[in-house]
Design a binder for this molecule. Structure first.
Ligand code: ADP
Ligand code: MG
Length: 259
């Protein structure tokens, strides 16, 4: 009994909750299987390591602030045949993040830009990267509030701590002059330091409309496209075509039921 209590306090002091939770069960198992002390210790520490890294992934996913839990496995590549699946799977490996490169996904609404951006970013969390999701307007608002509260430095430090930042829906809502300047500041901050995934419905030629100023847009595109992977997503809205397919299947099932 006494050694049990001692073990508990040692595990607490060393922050080894899994060792504390699992040592009894594992000791019995190893005893039954006649496995030695070294094998027992190895299996026990392995559990602790696995648990710790699973928790770290959970934490990174939570801190990223994704609005939905879209995964690559749920993305139907058949629905958008001109998209190079291998290229997306390669991006999912995250080498672009280590090289501080960026991704711009361009396409009309509903083709799966947000889905893919989140899926890639969640994959990055699993591979140990620190990630943050923003909509373009949300990010601009955060900057504006930070300027009002004189906390821009703090916001920028938080940005610098990330390896990958998603800026979703750039160009959907026209930006005011201030918002455009703030986003310009953001992209400058990220240049060659933090990877970004931008999703947008606008081809690059129309970006001056979003950022008002031709020169500012030129400078921004210069930075962003310096090391960029452009993913063009052409096609019909998945919501609409998916809906059509679903209602057709429902109709078929209705017919079956009737006959
Ligand atoms: P976008 O950001 O391009 O407007 P979304 O990513 O929001 O489009 O996609 C709209 C909805 O359709 C989402 O629920 C998304 O999960 C789904 N969707 C879009 N494309 C696909 C696809 N190829 N496979 C599976 N789901 C998709
Ligand atoms: Mg979207």
């Amino acid at each position: 009994m006494k050694s049990h209590l001692l073990l508990e306090s040692y595990c607490k002091a060393l922050k080894l909750p899994t060792v504390w939770r699992e040592y009894g069960r594992l000791a019995r198992e190893c005893g039954q299987k006649n496995r030695g002390y070294a094998a027992f210790l190895q299996a026990l520490l392995e559990l602790e390591v696995q648990n710790r890294s699973a928790k770290a992934v959970e934490r990174r996913l939570k801190e990223a602030g994704f609005p939905t839990e879209k995964e690559l496995a749920d993305f139907n590549f058949m629905a958008i045949p001109q998209l190079n699946k291998l290229r997306i799977l390669e991006l999912a490996q995250g080498e672009y993040i280590r090289r501080r490169e960026s991704v711009v996904m361009i396409g009309p609404p509903g083709v799966g830009k947000t889905h893919l951006a989140i899926a890639l970013a969640r994959e990055a969390c699993r591979r140990g990267h620190r990630v943050k999701y923003h909509t373009a307007t949300g990010l601009a608002t955060e900057y504006e509030e930070a300027r009002d509260n004189r906390t821009v430095l703090k916001l920028e430090r938080a940005i610098e701590r990330r390896d990958l930042i998603v800026v979703d829906e750039l160009g959907y809502v026209p930006l005011g002059q201030k918002a455009a300047e703030n986003l310009f500041g953001f992209f400058s901050k990220c240049y060659e330091r933090t990877s970004v995934i931008v999703t947008t419905n606008l081809p690059f030629s129309q970006w001056p409309q979003v950022f008002h100023d031709e020169r500012m847009t030129g400078a921004l595109l210069d930075r962003l496209t310096h090391r960029v992977h452009v993913v063009e997503m052409k096609g019909e809205s998945y919501r609409l075509t998916g809906g059509k397919r679903r209602s057709k299947r429902d109709n078929n099932e209705d017919e079956k039921r009737e006959s």
